[in-house]
Design a protein around this ligand. Sequence first.
Ligand code: AMP
Ligand code: ZN
Length: 287
Amino acid sequence: MTKCKFCDKEHFIEYFENRVEKSIKKYNMLNKDEKILVSVSGGKDGHAAAWVLKKLGYNIELFHINLGIKGFSESSLKAVEELAEKLNVPLHIINLKDITGKTMEDIRGKKCSICGITKRYLMNKFGYEHGFDVIVTGHNLDDEVSFILNNILNWNIRYLGKHEPVLPSHDKFLKKVKIFFEIEEELILKYAEAENIPFTTVKCRFAEKAITLKHREYFNELEKLRPNIKYQFLAGYMKNKHIFKCEEDENFEFRECEICGMTSAGRICSFCRVWKLYKNKNKSNSK
Ligand code: AMP
Ligand code: ZN
């Protein structure tokens, strides 16, 4: 008799880990010789990613950025420390304030976009400077479909060709992998609970207005009417995304940022641009 994937906890864990392993193979995401930096926020997704990779025998270390957001960052820090202890793997923590002189709490304006640019830049820089081969994040199927929908609604054609489970390395950009690209958020939560993985449920209060959160709600409503619609939407996208590929992007020449020396699309990378902008803005405000 075949096992039911959800009939008990043990079968669910086996089903989940098999699905992740299949995804890793299907997209040729990782291999066991690579030195992997798993970027963890304190939430369930990154923590489950680290947990499952350790169980599958990959060579992982953890990385966390303390963003200095009141309430949220303290509970995130506690959760990542607990995870590192349970997994018995090295944990690297950096403080945003030590690098930029400010926390995410201190700055005003479009926090989510700046936060995204900042996290992507800092995880890449740390991984590059410390000899890692690849960075794994906890982005899941729900994240991907809501990003894609957002880019369709705004007709961001250039971004529409770019949703990938694996971004290959390029100069000082490390390879980036989303091991949960095809895995539903609901299943990740179920796995984290079944395995007793420590994580925080405290949400960043600045993220509440992000439009992609709304898109996630629509998808969850649709999923009730048409089960598996998220997966089908992603699978259809993967099949058809070549139509959005832009020749200019294929031959794009990256350069080194004039301020920090990291790989950049323009003269100054987006991280140096946004943080420099903020310094200028603060100077003009204090006049
Ligand atoms: P988010 O942008 O908050 O949806 O997070 C997406 C992924 O980025 C998470 O699953 C983590 O892998 C990573 N991440 C988010 N916040 C942090 C953080 N403070 N430190 C390190 N990695 C993070
Ligand atoms: Zn720079």
